[in-house]
Structure formats: structure tokens, C-alpha cells
Write a protein that binds this ligand. Structure first.
Ligand SMILES: Cc1cc2nc3c(=O)[nH]c(=O)nc-3n(C[C@H](O)[C@H](O)[C@H](O)COP(=O)(O)O)c2cc1C
Length: 399
């Protein structure tokens, strides 16, 4: 039996959470409810108590519950926290870390996966403030279900209706299922790094981030607690993945150091090997140095090597990516040994006369200490899938 903590905020869809409780109970799981003050204007706590057969919590300063530090314990005792419906107001508070009620304090102190089912008027949903808040919360790794489109209680039509109870329950079921990588912590780097020349110019590369993002998405779907550290990209972030945005190689290295201990570290980012030695404080004028601009470059830190060679908290499995334009396999094996990583994915730069950059396809080979195997020309999602199969085998064999 799994334990679900259901937080209900004050939207018109609050009454539909009663059906959600019935569904959770019907499936044999336990549910405890927390209502915001506004939620109690829409539905009686008594109904939640009767259906859940558990005490209903509404007050942060409840003496009886707080002798037990209830606002911390409630999420510690749960397997999953569900916020349904989630009002625009509570989402805004969460995005700013406000904890002015029992519900928001639980959400801020929560250490369990959080499923959010937003419900609000279409204009509220499309408001740029709400959009920014949602984007921020997605970056923190929270999982969203819905909202659906349709006619609202106010008569307006559009996106904002709370998802159907069966769809919310499907997500709950998926999140509670023990994935093969549940309990494992993964870090994935993705995208390019950019190295500033002056305040408006930089050097970078053509990496789209599609491969790293696909790997982070797959790891998360398999249950790993996944942290994606990404350079600037133009693709959406995967759901249920914590994201840290960085620009330079140094920032990426610091983010990686802060992300360990981890069980799995996959370095799929195209890190710039060099950075301009001098970062000019002001925009370099065209007339600078009689019109001739000579830049010198110094080496960036080697992220793969640094993390692979750490003695304290070295991730159990470290995978590097390498892209070469010549002697691919030879260079890849040399790099794997030289940088002390466990596996290497060797990227063929050109497939069928097309560059790998920004493509949905990839042509790679997998190398470990005993063998190498070509995976041929397959989608980046399939590369992620194949790699994750290997990762699952690795941890199964290690167990
Ligand atoms: C009749 C009525 C219906 C409302 N429905 C919603 C709603 O569906 N979604 C929403 O975000 N806010 C809705 N609101 C506004 C919220 O109740 C208000 O923002 C409140 O402060 C939310 O508090 P809470 O987030 O602490 O629960 C509604 C207000 C009223 C009076």
C-alpha cells in the first residue's frame, strides 16, 4: 500500500479531488489530505475526512499536529505528494518559495516527488506570470498533468480545466511504480557551453542538446532522480527532471561538482575546450588595434576528467561522449583510458553527408573496457534507450 499526500488548493475544481480520493482508495492506497484555507470555502474538510478515512489538515499552527512538526512529517510519511487542483496563486507562491500556510510549508519542505494538476481560468493560465511560474517549477523537476482544454465553470473556453481524475490517477500510478533505476541519482550534461569574448560576443559550438536531453528524459522515466545541467539550447526541458542552466565550461563543472554524490554521470554536453584568455569588459570596437583582432585562448577545465578522477564521491558509472572527425574509435578508446571514465559513446560527426548537430538522428558506437559495438544510424531517443538498457544491466550486475 502506497501513501499519498493530497494537497487541495482553493479552485472551483476542488470538489473533483473527492473523486480522486475515491479512486486512490479503490486501488487500495492510503491518502491523507491537506486543504488550504481557500479550499475549505469550496469543500468541507469533513467530506475529505470521510472519504480518505484519515485526519484532514488545514492549519499550520495546529498545536496537536505541530508537536510532531506536522508540516515536515506529512511529506516524510508519504510516497508521493499530489497538488490537485493547483491554483494560479499556490503555483506563484511555490515559484517564489513562499511558505505562509500549512500547504505551502509542506510544499517547500517536501522531499518526495510532486505531481501538480493545475486548474484555473484560461486567461489566468495564459498569463505570462503563470507561464513563468510553471516554467520555473518544471525546472525544479516537478511533474505536471494537464490542464485540459474545454469549457470552464466561468463559461469561457480554452486551456485551464483540471485533468480528468483517471488521467491524474494514471500519472500517480506511473510515479509510484518502481522503475528499474528508482533510488539512483543521475546527472546529465547537455548542449553547448558558450565562452564570452566581450559582453555581446562569444565562442560556442553547434550542439543542440537533443542527445543529452533525450538521455535525461529516459533516465527519469526509468525512475532515476535526474539532474540535467545544460548550456543554452532551444529545446524544451524534459518533465520530472531538475534543470540547472549554465553558460561557460567553468559554470558547468561547478554545477557538476555540486550535483555529486550521484550514481550515474553522463557527460553529453559539447564543452568548449578553450575560452578567450581575456574577457573584455566593454564591447570591442571595430577600430580596436587598427582593425585587426587577434584573440588568444586558454584551455577550459576538463569536466569529464575532473569528475572521473575525483576520489571523494566519484559517481559509480561515468559515461563520456566524444565527437571526432578522424580516427574515431582509436581516439575514443584513448580518451576513455586517458580520462578514467567507465564508458565512452563515440559520435560520428557526419552521417549520410549530414552533420549530427541539431539532427534527430545519431550514429554512435559504445565502448567499455572490454568491447566496442556500433549502434548504427539511429534516433537520439534510441541512443538514450540503448544506453539506459546498458546502465540497468550495469547496476543489476553490481547488485
Ligand atoms: C468562485 C471562485 C472560483 C475560483 N476558482 C479558481 C480556480 O479554478 N483556479 C484558481 O487558480 N483560482 C480560483 N479562484 C481564486 C482563488 O480562490 C484565490 O486565488 C485564492 O487566493 C487561492 O488560494 P489558495 O491558492 O491558497 O488555495 C476562485 C475564486 C472564486 C471566488
Amino acid at each position: 500500500m502506497k501513501k499519498i499526500l493530497l494537497i487541495v488548493s482553493g479552485g472551483i475544481a476542488a470538489y473533483r479531488s473527492l473523486d480522486l480520493i475515491r479512486e486512490i482508495k479503490r486501488r487500495g492506497d492510503d491518502v491523507t489530505c491537506v486543504l488550504t484555507k481557500s479550499a475549505t470555502q469550496f469543500v468541507q474538510p469533513l467530506s475529505f475526512g470521510a472519504l480518505s478515512q484519515n485526519k484532514v489538515y488545514t492549519d499550520l499552527f495546529d498545536l496537536e499536529s505541530e508537536t510532531n512538526i506536522g508540516h515536515i512529517k506529512l511529506s516524510r510519511n508519504a510516497d508521493l505528494v499530489v497538488l490537485a487542483p493547483a491554483t494560479a496563486n499556490i503555483l506563484a507562491k511555490m515559484s517564489y518559495g513562499i511558505s505562509d500556510s500549512l500547504a505551502t510549508s509542506i510544499l517547500l519542505a517536501n522531499n518526495k516527488p510532486l505531481l501538480i494538476a493545475p486548474s484555473m481560468n484560461v486567461k489566468m493560465w495564459n498569463n505570462p506570470s503563470t507561464k513563468n511560474n510553471i516554467e520555473k517549477l518544471k525546472k525544479y523537476g516537478h511533474i505536471f498533468v494537464g490542464p485540459d482544454e474545454g469549457e470552464m465553470a466561468c463559461g469561457e473556453v480554452g486551456s485551464g480545466k483540471m485533468s480528468k481524475v483517471e488521467d491524474i490517477y494514471k500519472e500517480i500510478e506511473f510515479l509510484l511504480k518502481p522503475g528499474p533505476l528508482k533510488g539512483k541519482k543521475a546527472l546529465v550534461t547537455s548542449g553547448p557551453t558558450i565562452e564570452p569574448i566581450d559582453p555581446v560576443r562569444f565562442i560556442s559550438n553547434k550542439s543542440s542538446g537533443k542527445q543529452g536531453h533525450a538521455i535525461a528524459e529516459r533516465l527519469s522515466k526509468l525512475g532515476a532522480d535526474t539532474h540535467l545541467i545544460t548550456g543554452p539550447v532551444n529545446i524544451p526541458y524534459p518533465d520530472n527532471v531538475r534543470v540547472t542552466e549554465v553558460n561557460t565550461a567553468e559554470e558547468m563543472l561547478n554545477a557538476c561538482k555540486n550535483s555529486i554524490p550521484a550514481d550515474i554521470a553522463i557527460f553529453a554536453a559539447a564543452v568548449s575546450d578553450w575560452k578567450p584568455t581575456k574577457n573584455f569588459q566593454n564591447k570591442i570596437k571595430k577600430s580596436f588595434n587598427d582593425g585587426d583582432l587577434n584573440l588568444s585562448f586558454s584551455q577550459n577545465p576538463d569536466i569529464l576528467r575532473t569528475i572521473s578522477e575525483t576520489n571523494i564521491n566519484r559517481p559509480k558509472l561515468i559515461v563520456g561522449f566524444t565527437l571526432e572527425t578522424e580516427n574515431l574509435m582509436e581516439s575514443a578508446r584513448k580518451k576513455m583510458l586517458d580520462k578514467s571514465c567507465d564508458w565512452m559513446i563515440a559520435n560520428n560527426h557526419i552521417q549520410k553527408n549530414k552533420s549530427v548537430f541539431n539532427s534527430d538522428m545519431n550514429e554512435v558506437s559504445f565502448l567499455n573496457d572490454v568491447s566496442d559495438e556500433s549502434w548504427g544510424l539511429i534516433s537520439k531517443k534510441n541512443v538514450a534507450e540503448n544506453l539506459c538498457i546498458k546502465i540497468i544491466e550495469f547496476f543489476d550486475n553490481a547488485a
